[in-house]
Design a protein around this ligand. Structure first.
Ligand code: NDP
Ligand code: GDP
Length: 330
């Protein structure tokens, strides 16, 4: 039986990967979950990730946009949350070079709007900011921890760094219980198709089923410290259960190249990547983050957190989920 609580959480970015898994975690703990989703011209909200987890009807969806402080304030005033998780962002690094102003507004200033809404309407609520390992960018230490200097390499990373420091400032200036989770890349079957892991597992599934014949890639030499979103949302929740707010790196402490990820995904279905993969300069970036490798010792020590799902298990799960999706469509 899940432990019951009468707590309420507001989640921005509830339609995204992490929003879905975090909603599931909190619902299982008995939370009332209020999910903020932006309006589009299509009727209703895109709930495909919540649908996939079977929890759409359990989340209270409210209209709201990171760019609209008035709306966010009303949401926080009416929900009276115990916890607020700011997961919304323009989250794709490559797009941030094409939309640097929008990225600065949503990913950077948007976080300040949420912080302001909390400060004005629910200053006792605990706040989580979705910070990113991209802030380390041109890495200043081979393995990155909370004390490693930042060097953002994209408009996305610069906007996240602004939001990170504003979170620290709201904690230090206004006494908000505001924590920043510096999360390394985390993936799942619910990852957006534009991110490299899901792009690969989706292509592998289509190639295996005879629906595609090639996979065009960018920089295969980049390495990432990839974990599973389900493990990582648990770390978010643990941060807000601490007496004192703080900042934590969340990572697996293992870095693997894009090439090795591709090889493992093809191996899962018994195919040779050499026959299908080519390099397409369209997927290269104006500036690259070559290596990310996190040290999550502080999260282990202070939160008792450690990842439970291995990279190999996750790749298997993602490929199988994409195979099932394409078989269903056939
Ligand atoms: P997703 O891209 O899957 O989700 C982003 C969410 O933000 C979506 O719900 C999106 O809504 C929403 N959103 C975007 N712009 C706005 C806006 N102006 N107003 C309201 N909502 C908006 O990201 P993830 O779930 O993977 O990541 C969650 C957070 O963690 C993000 O902030 C991301 O930058 C950060 N992060 C993620 C990492 C990862 O590896 N996944 C690593 C480190 C940090 P819609 O569905 O309408 O587009
Ligand atoms: P990021 O770390 O947030 O930028 O996550 P991504 O999944 O978008 O990219 C991870 C790494 O994979 C980056 O170093 C990319 O340059 C690299 N990469 C190589 N080929 C591709 C590709 O085709 N698409 C994407 N998204 N990334 C790629």
């Amino acid at each position: 039986m899940p432990k019951m609580t009468n707590k309420c959480a507001v989640i921005t970015g509830v339609t995204g990967q992490d929003g879905a898994y975090l909603s599931q975690l909190l619902l299982n703990k008995g939370y009332r979950v209020v999910g903020v989703a932006r309006r589009s011209s299509h009727y209703g909200v895109s709930t495909h990730r919540l649908d996939w987890l079977g929890i759409t009807k359990d989340v209270e969806i409210v209209d709201g946009d990171l760019l609209d402080l008035g709306g966010l304030s009303r949401i926080v005033r009416s929900a009276r949350p115990d916890e607020v998780y700011n997961l919304a962002a323009q989250s794709f690094v490559k797009t941030s070079w094409d939309q640097p102003v929008l990225t600065s507004q949503a990913t950077g200033v948007g976080a300040v709007n949420v912080l302001e809404a909390v400060r004005l309407e629910a200053p006792e609520a605990r706040f989580y900011q979705a910070s990113s390992s991209e802030m380390y960018g041109l890495i200043q230490e081979p393995i990155q921890s909370e004390t490693t200097p930042f060097y953002p390499r994209s408009p996305y990373a610069a906007a996240k760094l602004f939001a990170h420091w504003m979170t620290v400032n709201y904690r230090e200036s206004f006494g908000l219980h505001a924590s920043s989770g510096i999360l390394f890349n985390h993936e799942s079957p619910l990852r957006g198709l534009e991110f490299v892991t899901r792009k690969v597992t989706d292509a592998v599934a289509r190639i295996k089923l005879g629906l595609a014949t090639e996979l065009r890639m960018g920089n295969m030499d980049a390495t990432r410290d990839w974990g599973h979103a389900k493990d990582y949302v648990r770390a978010m929740w643990l941060m807000l259960q601490q007496d004192k707010a703080d900042d934590y790196v969340v990572a697996t402490n293992r870095t693997v190249s894009v090439r090795a990820f591709v090889d493992a995904a093809f191996a899962h279905v018994g195919l040779d990547p050499e026959q299908y993969v080519s390099i397409d300069p369209a997927f290269l970036r104006p500036a690259e983050v070559e290596v990310l490798h996190g040290n999550a010792d502080k999260a282990a020590r202070a939160l008792g957190w450690k990842p439970e799902i291995t990279l190999e298990q996750m790749i298997g799960e993602m490929v199988e989920a994409d195979l099932a999706r394409w078989r269903d469509r056939a």
